[in-house]
Ligand binder design. Structure first.
Ligand code: GAR
Length: 208
């Protein structure tokens, strides 16, 4: 089974959906740890309840971004993940981590529209009628890597940031569970930004 480390900053509802899915036989991926950039992240308690190891690399504990990234990289290496999933992890993952790990990020908008930390607010403010959720491979840009999957969500009259984000999150969770399972079971390849399922993607150990 593919080894997955999930990174979170907040409530961890997407991480929780992955933990549930990974508990099913045949899913193809196991969550080996859930990590956060802050000690209070709600999702850490959910992971502990599920019996999954947790760790924190609090940004405030390090002198600068480089030191923090080195610490994160070291923690990730220890888990030998096949995939790192950034599920509401509100920090930019540095080049040293990206060079060593495949990182899947989820984003609450239809990229390339509305990248950044306030995607739902920005989409509402723009007045779009359709937004959604994106799963993509992380690269060195902010929400710029190759798209794996997207799901559209309509903006309803009267929506505010909270109501719209909730509706996005309910489809985002299902998309994330589907994407991680497929990457784990089928592998993948990326060429000229085009992501195809099937291919060498994951280095599965011979016993799987
Ligand atoms: C998710 O909607 C995720 O896409 C978003 O934060 C939420 C986390 O919810 N991420 C970003 O905005 C990254 N730019 P969760 O903690 O309940 O899974």
């Amino acid at each position: 089974s593919a080894r997955v480390v999930v990174l979170i900053s907040g409530a961890g509802s997407n991480a929780a959906a992955l933990l549930d899915a990974a508990a099913e036989p045949g899913y193809g991926a196991t969550v080996v740890a859930v990590g956060a950039d802050r000690r209070g992240a709600g999702g850490l308690a959910l992971a502990q309840e599920a019996g999954v190891e947790t760790f924190t690399v609090p940004f405030a504990d390090y002198g600068d971004r480089g030191e923090w990234n080195a610490a994160l990289s070291e923690r990730l290496d220890a888990y030998r993940p096949d995939l790192v999933v950034s599920a509401g992890f509100m920090r930019i993952i540095g080049a040293e981590v990206l060079a060593r790990h495949t990182v899947v990020n989820i984003h609450p908008a239809l990229l390339p529209a509305f990248p950044g930390a306030h995607a739902v607010r920005d989409a509402l403010a723009y007045g779009v009628k359709v937004t959604g959720a994106t799963a993509h491979f992380a690269d060195s840009g902010v929400d710029t890597g190759p798209v794996i999957d997207q799901v559209a969500v309509r903006v309803e009259p009267g929506d505010d940031t909270a109501s719209l984000h909730e509706r996005i999150k309910s489809v985002e969770r299902r998309m994330l569970v589907d994407v991680v399972g497929r990457l784990a079971r089928e592998g993948w390849s990326v060429q000229d930004r085009q992501v195809s399922l099937g291919g060498p993607g994951i280095r599965q150990s011979p016993s799987t």
